[in-house]
Design a protein around this ligand. Structure first.
Ligand code: ANZ
Ligand code: ZN
Length: 868
């Protein structure tokens, strides 16, 4: 073997060994514990970025560790291959999205392989391939028949110049990202998943997921947004408009009903339309509200604006007349698209009332006193006993809720109701590179789902989109067809599905990726699912995870899986961040420079004082660490690190630099440090192996110094087992191994037992590092004389007896000053320790002529003698 650590050779050898042996291909093994470890699959954007490398290394460490625990571990990988970037790249480079995607997949696969991930590649799933999406189409037709998928009009962003629908992120400041044209809202027919029918279950079963971060569960709860409240009706009979009826609002604070001073409706509300019939200024305001972004975040932050109408409604309990306003802060698609405004206790209403000089009537006693003092400074939105509310005065929130409900029911003007924020999931996209929606439109039969024996509806792969609408809509060879029901000429749907649909069930397909008899083979799916550990970025905390949970329940209700939830444990890894460097340009903009092109200038103490660009030697500003991103040009290419140091160094650095859920700061010196550590391990192992065979370890004969070495070995096992197995704290586990290495490097090598002990130590280092740096561990394991591969070895077991210390060293102090040490049997009592300390020669010397007043014993640590 080489004396020098040569990662390139070692890694190639280990990888071809795993390939040849198909080491990571797994099958269902009844009776053996399974462990399904899944990392979120990548979008094939071109090459891996550091976030991928971190994500997949974390997953791999967990998968390999679980295998060492004797589990039958499934770790699959695939490609989330549909999506807009492929279309953008296609337009830019005039290449078909399919070709671009498949080339990226091929390259990224070699990158993943070079990381040495323990992946069962025989299960690779590519979502843009018909053998995958045909089952998505199949499920779609089933759900369409069941009514879980339905068609209705939805609002989209329409670019009038490019004649195309834009995604929210393609609308920048109200304009199309390519054309710059002002975007219009348009109503078009779309397909929706009735996810709201599962809202309650999606909420409830979060409680069955103790292995999920609380933060993610909270985000999901908020997104689903269950509110218990009341629908309240405000009657109106306006002679002027010749209509009568009631305005229904939804409120979570019916206790504040007596404080309502006006009502407000959304611009799209029918009452607004009615009021605008004879009011052109109002109509203009409504039109203005209707244009603009459909994104919810924009609505929440925009300035509150409104206009009064000529209409009034009656308060349901007092009959008092309240004015009707049209306000831009009222959303049409939430609740009933109308609110009863209580400015005293709702911030939005308060802001609005101040602006338009509407009355503010407090009806809840504040904790400070009866009334919120004038001049009004803020709405009081806490619960409290009612005031100014007639018969309801003095009631608390619950009491008022119930009493007001009774009063409303009596008049048939309201009742309690539960409301969800969650909307049905619109999945129609007017895009090319996606899964075709399997529907045929027939003039006679309507929307006809494509029959199972005609699936898949194959997406043509040789198309280069040009940005002007979906190419499918311009391809008669794609859309011309005959109706599956009546045979008449018909038109195929040309919209494709939201790409979140593919990523909502891939985890289940991995269980039987080549199964032709259905979406999943239920036996295989139930063998592997639910996923034991799911790992991915926090950016998927809401939508992806919610949709995947929803799909799992849909598949359950189709009889395909038996579990309720897809992911038992979830780990959201932190960001990879790096230093940023820039120069301020004359026009005030910043030009960002990649860390690889920058050289740091350090002072004598190695502290960074400035930075300069390598190419011109001139200074650049240091801009602080930020998430690696194109916009700040601070991405570090993982490939260059792998090429230079090898995958093991890269993996070790990633796992050592911070725990998986925290952000990880990129550091060249950290990478070098990791590399040096592996070289040390290699060197010590070579020296040991070079000495030839060794005697068996005889624990009974070890002397104290040897016992201390063995104690270090087993302490490392103990702590690393806890850190890796229970806490996913790979960084502290690595620190344990480093501590052990320090001990082993200093341990004497004089006797046969010394060498036997070093052997145990090196085996331990090899095994503890095996999940993290699998290649070097593979090689060292063989060198240490094992016929089997380290991937088939068990995680080391702790010998508790090695941790027992026969004797302990205690520090001796006289009047608080360190005066020496004594060794005592670990079992010694306080009295024995005190007696031994009193006759210690240093103590006698430093207390000579003094009287010992007190002896303080801290067992296992120190003895302090107080003398004067
Ligand atoms: C009166 C009231 C008084 C309200 C008060 C709050 C505080 P959540 O909890 O999110 O469900 N609301 C109802 N429909 C709305 C719509 N379409 N657009 C904008 N706001 C709407 O919020 C429910 C509360 O949001 C409701 O309770 C209503 O204001 C407002 F002291 O009614 B509340
Ligand atoms: Zn027909």
């Amino acid at each position: 073997m080489h004396e020098l650590y040569q990662p390139r050779e070692i890694e190639a050898a280990a990888q071809s060994f795993w390939d040849a042996k198909k080491s990571f291909e797994v099958s269902e093994q009844p009776g053996k514990d399974t462990y399904y470890c899944l990392s979120m699959f990548p979008y094939p954007s071109g090459k891996l970025h550091m976030g991928h490398v971190r994500n997949y290394t974390i997953g791999d460490v967990i998968a390999r560790y679980q295998r060492m625990q004797g589990k039958n571990v499934l770790q699959p990988m695939g490609w989330d291959a549909f999506g807009m970037p492929a279309e953008n790249a296609a337009m830019k480079n005039n290449v078909a999205p399919a070709k671009w995607t498949y080339e990226n997949i091929a390259y990224m696969k070699t990158q993943l392989k070079s990381l040495g991930l323990a992946i069962d590649w025989s299960r690779e799933v590519t979502t843009c391939k018909p053998d995958y999406y045909r089952w998505e189409q199949w499920l779609f037709t089933r759900l369409f028949d069941k009514g879980v998928i339905y068609r209705k009009n939805g609002t989209v962003n329409w670019d009038p110049v490019d004649q195309t629908v834009l995604a929210n992120e393609q609308v920048i400041d109200g304009r199309g990202w390519r054309s710059g044209a002002l975007i219009e809202k348009r109503e078009i027919p779309m397909y929706y998943f009735k996810i709201t029918a599962y809202a309650d279950e999606l909420l409830e079963s979060l409680d069955e997921l103790p292995g999920w971060p609380e933060q993610v569960k909270t985000m999901q709860r908020n997104w689903i947004g269950k509110s218990k409240g009341m629908e309240v009706q405000f009657p109106y009979h306006q002679a002027s408009i010749g209509e009568a009826g009631t305005l229904k609002v939804f409120t979570t604070r019916p206790d504040t009903l007596m404080g309502a001073t006006y009502v407000a409706v959304a611009a799209e509300h029918p009452l607004a339309t009615l009021a605008a019939r004879s009011d052109t200024a109002l109509q203009a305001f409504i039109d203005e509200c209707k244009s603009g972004s459909v994104a919810e975040a924009d609505v929440a932050t925009q300035e509150k604006r409104g206009m009064p109408t000529a209409l009034f409604v009656e308060h349901p309990l007092t009959g008092e007349k309240l004015p009707v306003w049209v306000a831009n802060y009222v959303l049409m698609h939430y609740g009933d698209g109308a609110v009863m405004a209580v400015p005293a206790h709702d911030e939005r209403d308060f802001e609005f009332a101040l602006k338009y000089d509407l009355p503010i009537k407090p009806v809840v006693r504040t904790s400070a006193g009866d009334l919120t003092p004038a001049p009004w400074v803020a709405a009081y939105n806490e619960h409290g006993p009612l005031i100014n509310s007639g018969e309801f005065d003095g009631l608390d929130f619950e009491g008022a809720f119930d009493a007001i409900e009774v009063a409303l029911i009596k008049k048939d003007l309201g009742k309690s109701r539960t409301q969800f924020r969650l909307r049905d999931w619109g999945i129609s996209r007017q895009r090319y590179w996606g899964c075709p929606i399997p529907i045929v439109h027939c003039d006679t039969c309507g929307d006809v789902p494509v029959p199972e024996d005609q699936l898949p509806v194959v997406l043509p792969e040789d198309v280069v989109p040009d940005g002007a609408g979906s190419p499918l809509a311009r391809m008669p060879e794609f859309y011309e067809c005959s109706c599956p029901t009546c045979g008449a000429p018909a038109k195929r749907e040309t919209d494709t599905m939201d790409t979140f649909v593919e990523s909502s069930w891939y985890f289940a397909r991995y269980a039987s990726p080549h199964y032709e008899g259905g979406m999943v083979d239920p036996a295989a799916a139930n063998h592997w699912l639910p996923v034991d550990q799911y790992i991915g970025g926090i950016e998927h905390a809401i939508l992806h995870l919610l949709y995947a949970r929803f799909f799992h329940k849909l598949m359950r209700d189709e009889g395909l899986v038996s579990s309720n939830e897809p992911f038992k444990n979830l780990l959201t890894q932190g960001m990879v961040i790096a230093e940023t460097y820039y120069r301020l340009e004359a026009n005030g903009s910043k030009t960002w420079y990649n860390p690889a092109d920058v050289e740091l200038v350090r002072d004598a103490k190695a502290k960074i004082v400035s930075a300069k660009l390598i190419s011109d030697g001139l200074p650049v500003e240091i801009g602080g660490t930020e998430k690696m991103a194109k916009s700040k040009n601070n991405g570090v290419d993982p490939q260059s690190m792998i090429d230079q140091y090898g995958a093991d160094t890269c993996r070790l650095f990633m796992m050592f630099a911070s725990p998986p859920d925290m952000s990880l700061e990129w550091s060249d010196s950290g990478v070098e440090g990791s590399h040096r550590f592996l070289k040390r391990v290699w060197r010590l192992a070579q020296a040991h192996v070079g000495q030839g065979s060794h005697a068996p370890l005889d624990v009974a004969t070890l002397d104290d110094e040897q016992k201390a070495v063995r104690r270090a070995i087993h302490l490392a096992i103990k702590q690393a087992s806890q850190d890796v197995g229970q806490n996913h704290k790979f960084n502290t586990a690595i620190a344990q191994v480093m501590t052990l290495m320090n001990v082993l490097e200093k341990a004497p090598q004089a006797t046969a037992q010394d060498r036997a002990l070093l052997h145990e130590g090196l085996e331990t280092v090899t095994l503890l590092l095996a999940p993290i740096t699998p290649h070097i561990s593979h090689e060292l394991w063989q060198q240490l004389g094992h016929a089997d591969a380290v991937i088939d070895a068990a995680w080391p077991t702790l010998d508790e007896s090695a941790l027992v210390q026969d004797s302990l060293q205690l520090v001796i102090q006289v009047n608080g000053k360190l005066r020496g040490q004594i060794d005592m049997p670990a079992s010694a009592s306080r009295e024995e320790i005190e007696a031994a300390a009193r006759v210690n020669e240093n103590v006698l010397r430093f207390t000579d002529g003094l009287t010992i007043r007190k002896v303080i014993v801290v067992p296992g640590k120190l003895v302090n003698i107080v003398a004067s």
